[in-house]
Design a protein around this ligand. Structure first.
Ligand code: ADP
Ligand code: MG
Length: 685
């Protein structure tokens, strides 16, 4: 069956469908209504009042244009037996005029306004409610058609009728096994589609939809689990164990005792690397929990067993910092650490590459540059990926395929809510580092305004005099680096004038990496008192002596970003202060973000709040996150299904790794298609 076989299909309609991505009847079946109009609960016009957002249904009495030129508008009056309501259009008059024939029954959905005694809605969402042979009687589905089909109007009823035809005439194979439908109470595919497109009552679509969410998440989980499985099987993983270097580091170099959380993480790592299987572990710990030392220990275990180690960071500043930390830690043990970034000159780069390939470089710290083809390791045994949320799932697997199948340790500071973690990292084992090193004092966080500046600067002066250091952070303005620079540069100049006795530095993304490194080193060593910066210091930077952070235009930052930034202070024994500078006028949402920041320092709490505000895609920055886009499932709301399908996927692959049982034949078929389409799910037609 094809789109052309559908009744009253015309070339313009066909084109409108194609333009909106509906190329075949399969696509049409998976074009789900965005809402439903429940005729039994629609309000009589007499009962609605100004300010309400409602659906009403009525017959069109008249459709008339009024006004001239720019003021031209279209007034459409409907009547439902109890009262009249006017819909007003200012745009697309021609297109809408054609649609509104007197006598037709339509629904208006929108916010009611009252002018004198008359009620109106401007640009309401309109649906035809009756047109001869309606497919369903109870709920009227509203398809995304009015948004999609801009030039050619296709009513939701028409789409519903087409789908009803397909559901009647098409053969539907069920590919989910019987036991699954039974155990998880999922409707058959055709029944599910029917309940979504032609529901009798309001509870039905949800049951149908649940099946497709389940199916989508199951396929995703199967693919993740299978990747994990193949990796485990194909990559036995070098047997590593801790030896002299690890012991010497702990006893001679490490200046503090490991926390419970750190010990537990190290313990998990030791178990993994001596298991004969390749390690794939995520260490999650809030900012400042001390993940770096854990990484160092993992790298040393590789060295102790005769392998090289690599550590990858998401920014150059962070790579440089790790490089310095590791050099400082490991030079006393005669370990050679090298740095590899994209900005090194050719000679240096060649030298580093030679050292890596020859095995002279025992530990390599770097940026993305590490995963390029040219980089060949002599004998890579352990890879640490720091601040994972910046790398996608894909990049992760890129590193893994680097020849020797090293063990992999992923470190993330983003406290990722459970549901997201289970989706993003369902191929990894997870260790949580709970708690911070002892002696940390809570950070005082306050919201302040321009008028408070004199007080703030007096405070800053006092803190520096007492030996502290200060960050002043400026936001990225609308992704425009030059503007962003202007703000930070001006701030830098002002602060220099304000504090002639102190050393003020500036760091931003446009600087050469050597310059950046110099400034960072100066700040780390304490010779700079104030560091003015853009968000380049957001991730990972560690200067424990810095105890004050002023964030300018704090309302422009997202919650997670504020938390990351604030994580740069409160890293030592000094009492720390975070000052969020903002406008008196700020949106409700901005106020909520700033309030959340002053109320809590708990990364998980902040992440949950952020997730609620922004939704999962935005939360991680869709592009960077490597988070697959789900068509039906919402990984926050559907967390129970995320868990169900993860457990089920594990069980299936344990009992039938190749999906070869007869009952899994259908599943195996769709799974292969899903897998080949690069994990994009378009509904299996
Ligand atoms: P993050 O988890 O954010 O990467 P870091 O590894 O940068 O944190 O550690 C933050 C700071 O805490 C560093 O200055 C580090 O030296 C210090 N630190 C780490 N572990 C401990 C510990 N067990 N006791 C005291 N200080 C620690
Ligand atoms: Mg870190």
């Amino acid at each position: 069956m094809q789109l052309n076989d559908l009744p009253r299909m015309t070339p313009p309609r066909l084109k409108a469908l194609r333009d909106s991505g509906v190329d075949g009847i399969g696509d049409l079946l998976y074009l789900f209504p965005r809402r439903y109009i429940d005729r039994s609960t629609v309000l009589p016009i007499r009962e609605i009042s100004s300010g309400q957002t409602v659906t009403v249904i009525g017959r069109i009495l008249q459709a008339e244009e009024a006004g001239f030129g720019r003021n031209k508008r279209l007034h459409v009056t409907i009547f439902d037996g109890t009262g009249r309501l006017e819909g007003v259009w200012f745009k697309g008059l021609k297109f809408f005029k054609k649609r509104f024939k007197p006598g037709k029954v339509v629904s208006f959905y929108g916010t009611v306004k009252q002018f004198g005694t008359s009620l109106s809605m401007s640009h309401p969402d309109v649906e035809d409610i009756e047109d001869g042979d309606t497919a369903g009687r109870g709920l009227v589905p509203v398809y995304p058609s009015t948004n999609f089909f801009k030039t050619t109007y296709i009513s939701s009823l028409t789409i519903q009728r087409w789908i009803a035809q397909i559901l009647q005439r098409q053969r539907f194979e069920e590919y989910l096994p019987d036991y699954m439908l039974r155990d998880y109470r999922l409707p058959q595919r055709r029944d599910a589609l029917t309940s979504i497109h032609i529901p009798e009552h309001i509870g039905q679509p949800a049951a149908g939809l649940r099946r497709f969410k389940f199916e989508e998440l199951l396929l995703f989980q199967l693919s993740m689990q299978q990747l994990r499985q193949t990796r485990i099987e194909q990559n036995p993983g070098a047997m590593l164990e801790s030896g002299d270097l690890t012991r010497d580091f702990v006893t001679r170099v490490l200046p503090f005792k490991l926390t419970e959380g750190q010990l537990r993480a190290v313990h998990d790592i030791v178990q993994d690397i001596s298991s004969g299987k390749q390690m794939n572990r995520l260490i999650q710990g809030d900012v400042g929990s001390g993940k770096t030392v854990v990484a160092v220990l993992a790298l040393l275990m590789a060295l102790d067993s005769g392998y090289q180690g690599a550590m990858m960071a998401p920014t150059e500043i962070l790579a440089e910092q790790h490089y310095h930390t590791l050099t400082e830690y490991l030079t006393p043990l005669n370990i050679r650490v090298r740095l590899l970034t994209g900005n090194q000159n050719t000679a240096l780069r060649r030298d580093v590459l030679t050292d890596i390939e020859g095995g002279k470089a025992q530990i390599v710290v770097g940026t993305h540059a590490l995963i390029q083809d040219k980089v060949r390791f002599h004998r890579l045994g352990m890879v640490v990926i720091d601040e994972q949320h910046r790398f996608g799932v894909m990049q992760r697997s890129n590193l893994l395929s680097k020849g020797t199948h090293p063990h992999v340790l992923v470190m993330s500071a983003t406290p990722i809510p459970r549901s997201l973690a289970m989706t993003l990292y369902s191929d990894l084992d997870v260790t949580l580092i709970k708690g911070l090193p002892a002696g940390r004092k809570p950070i005082s966080t306050v919201v302040r305004f321009d008028k408070n500046r004199p007080d703030i600067y007096r405070f800053v002066h006092g803190e520096i005099t007492k030996g502290g250091q200060v960050y002043v952070v400026f936001p990225l303005v609308e992704e425009s680096e030059s503007l962003d620079l202007k703000d930070a540069t001006m701030g830098f100049e002002q602060l220099r004038d304000l504090f002639p006795d102190f050393q003020v530095g500036l760091i931003h993304g446009r600087m050469k990496s050597t310059e950046k490194d110099l400034v960072m080193q100066a700040f780390a060593s304490g010779s700079l008192h104030i560091l003015v910066s853009t968000t380049v210091i957001e991730v990972g930077v560690n200067v424990p002596n810095a105890s004050v952070m002023i964030i300018e235009h704090a309302e422009r930052f997202g919650l997670s970003q504020l938390h990351q930034l604030r994580g740069r202070i409160g890293r030592g024994s000094r009492k720390s202060y975070c000052i969020l500078m903002t406008d008196v006028k700020r949106s409700k949402e901005a106020r909520f973000r700033l309030e959340t920041m002053s109320k809590t320092q708990d990364g998980f709490e902040i992440a949950e709040a952020d997730l609620k505000l922004r939704g999962p895609g935005d939360f991680l920055g869709t592009k960077q996150s490597g988070l697959p886009s789900f068509r039906f499932a919402d990984i926050i709301e559907d967390q129970p299904i995320v868990e169900e399908t993860r457990d089920l996927a594990r069980k299936i692959l344990r009992e039938d790794p190749g999906l070869e049982h007869p009952e899994h034949q259908g599943l195996s078929h769709v799974f292969r298609r899903y897998f080949d389409s690069k994990s994009h799910y378009f509904g299996m037609g």
